[in-house]
Structures are given as C-alpha cells and as structure tokens.
Design a protein around this ligand. Structure first.
Ligand code: NCD
Ligand code: ZN
Ligand code: ZN
Length: 336
C-alpha cells in the first residue's frame, strides 16, 4: 500500500545554526517542500540583516534539495511600522515567545499588556504579517497552556484582523478557542498526536520525548486528534522538530525538544491510516491549510510513502530522533 503527499509543509521547524544546521537541515529539506523556520537562535533573529544571512546559511546547508525556508523574526514590542515595512518581504511571520519559557527565549515578552504591544501588533495587522505564539504562562507546568488561552483571547479581540497562530497546541482548551475566534489558528506536532505525559514520565523517564509544552492528558490528545484527523481548516502541521545534541538530552538537565523531522511524514501516514482518516484530510493538514492561511505557493514536491517497515536510526549525526532504534510502519518510497 502506498500514498502520495503533495508539497508537504512543516509550519514550525527549528533548524538551528552552525554545525547542527549543517547536520540536520537535509532531514527536513529532502521530504518537505518548505518550512517555517523558528528564530530562537543565540542571539535571536531580530534584524533584516540577520534574517537574510540566516536564510543564506540555510540554503547553503540544504544543498540541491527543493525546499523553501519561510523565515520568521523574533518578536520585540519595539518593532515599529517603518521597520516592519522594510522587512515584510523577507519574512513569512513573526514569532512571539514569553520571556524565558522555552529554549533560547530569554529576550521574549514579559507581561502581556495590550497597550504596550499595540504599536507592533497593529502594524503587523495592517501589513498582513501573521503572529506565531508560544502560548504558555509561567504557571504550573500542566496548566501553562490552558492559562495562556485568556491571553490569546485578549490578543485576538484587540487585533481582530491579525492572524494569530497558537503554536504546537497540546490541550483541549486551545482546540476549543479555535472556533471562538475567527483570527485564531493552530499548529499541531506529530508527537503531541501520538503521546501523553504517561509516555514521557509514566514509566522510565524518556528524555527524547521531553518538550515544551509538555505532552498532556489522553483527553487533550483526543481533542488534538479530532481536529487534525478531520483536516480542520484552521489547523496546520508544525513538527516543532527541535534537535539538541544527544548529551544535552541525556543529562541531568534535559533540554526541551523532540527531533521528529526524519520520521514525521511516515508517522502521520501511519496515524491517519490507523484512524481511518481520508487522505485528503492529511493533505489539508500537511499543506492545503497552511497554503490558505499563510497565502503560500509552495514549490512542487511529490512524496510517495509506502507501507513498509522502517527501522529508525539510533541517531542522525549525534541527534536522537523520536522512536530511535524502533520499527515504524511507513517508509518514504520516492521524492520527486
Ligand atoms: C524548542 C527548541 O528547542 O527550540 N523546544 C521545545 O521543547 N519545543 C522551543 C519551542 O518550540 O518552544
Ligand atoms: Zn515553542
Ligand atoms: Zn518550537
């Protein structure tokens, strides 16, 4: 059995920089037509020169693959309309991080005062630049995302024409917010469709499944599955593939992030098949919805997957992928 996906898009991807970029970029660039590249480098990508230079380093790392890096900028409340106008053509979105909430987010936003954010967010709204948000408060780890929903509501109400993407949602509360606000959208990872907190910490601790936001309860995963499997028009695939060197994961201060880039499409094919979801829903989730929401015209790429067991390598140049050393049901057959 085989299935074909057209121009898959990963709307939330960490490609890192330097040696890591060189080591892992092709894992996404081979099978995806494009990806939204997160700006949380050290220091974060926050000027036009940095966006352009980072894009060039990505293009060098992917070699001859057909792949578009859709660039983002690290949100700062000080961005004004003149600056945003000058950078608009270089970026696809701007990413907002609450200060200190996840990897390399120290320069993010503290407090969500609408008036303080208004000049930048109003300018983005007028210029049609989407806002992507890592939506977690500094509260109790299992409640951080649900608590952030009231901030999403505040922003969605104050800036009704601003496209706001709730990144890597993990809760029923976020899924429910989607239908209450016209301008709220979401990305969902493959790992949050497959695992709950039990898989991370219910038995032996699994550092390679540890990420922010942490995987939640079965009812949360069910809510995510429901919208993903039906190809809900406001939901897009974003892997949040977040590579860290093996020693940074297998350590007594484990870095947050799951590396899924090399297995994401295979896992989604298996999941949609197991749940008897139509292929057209997977196509919407993996590309169609993102094209509409972000107004993208991705490069043509045809990925054929076949139902043939794939032994996931134990590591990709020092980075351990999800399901390392295990068999998964689907393989990539051809990419054209
Ligand atoms: C991401 C990373 O490592 O950059 N980590 C993660 O656990 N998801 C940051 C992020 O997306 O929050
Ligand atoms: Zn995040
Ligand atoms: Zn991320």
């Amino acid at each position: 059995m085989s299935l074909t996906l057209l121009s898959p898009l990963d709307m939330h991807l960490h490609l890192r920089d330097g040696e890591m970029l060189a080591n892992i970029a092709k894992e996404s660039a081979h099978t995806f037509s494009g990806a939204l590249i997160m700006p949380n480098l050290v220091p974060p990508v926050s000027t036009k020169e940095e966006v352009i230079a980072y894009k060039q380093r990505i293009m060098a790392a992917i070699g001859h693959e057909t792949f578009t890096p859709y660039m983002t900028l690290f949100f700062k409340p000080s961005y004004d309309k003149a600056f945003l106008t000058s950078i608009k053509d270089e970026i696809t979105a701007i990413k907002l991080y609450p200060a200190g909430i996840t990897t390399n987010s120290e320069g993010g936003v503290s407090g969500f005062d609408v008036e303080e954010l208004r000049p930048a967010l109003e300018a983005m709204s007028e210029l049609g630049i989407p806002l992507c948000v890592h939506g977690e408060t500094g509260g109790f780890v299992m409640d951080r995302e649900a608590e952030f929903v009231s901030i999403y509501e505040k922003l969605a109400t104050a800036f009704p024409k601003l496209v706001i993407i709730m990144e890597h949602i993990t809760t029923k509360a976020s899924v429910e917010a989607l239908d209450r606000f016209e301008n709220l959208y979401a990305t969902i990872t493959v790992h949050h469709l497959l695992i709950t907190l039990d898989d991370v910490a219910g038995g032996m601790l699994k550092p390679h499944l540890f990420c922010k936001p942490i995987a939640k309860r079965p009812e949360d995963r069910d809510a995510l599955l429901e919208v993903a499997l039906k190809g809900h028009p406001k939901v897009m695939f974003g892997s949040d593939s977040a590579p860290h060197p093996k020693h940074a994961k297998e350590s007594c201060g484990c870095a947050a992030g799951v590396f899924t880039a090399p297995v994401a499409l295979q896992l989604l094919a298996e999941l949609f098949e197991n749940k008897l979801a139509p292929l057209e829903n997977l196509q919407a989730f993996i590309s169609g919805n993102a094209q509409r929401i972000y107004k993208l015209k991705p490069l043509a790429k045809t990925v054929m997957l076949e139902k043939k067991s794939f032994h996931v390598p134990s590591d990709y140049r020092g980075v351990v992928p999800m399901y390392a050393d295990e068999q998964i049901a689907y393989s990539i057959k051809t990419v054209e």
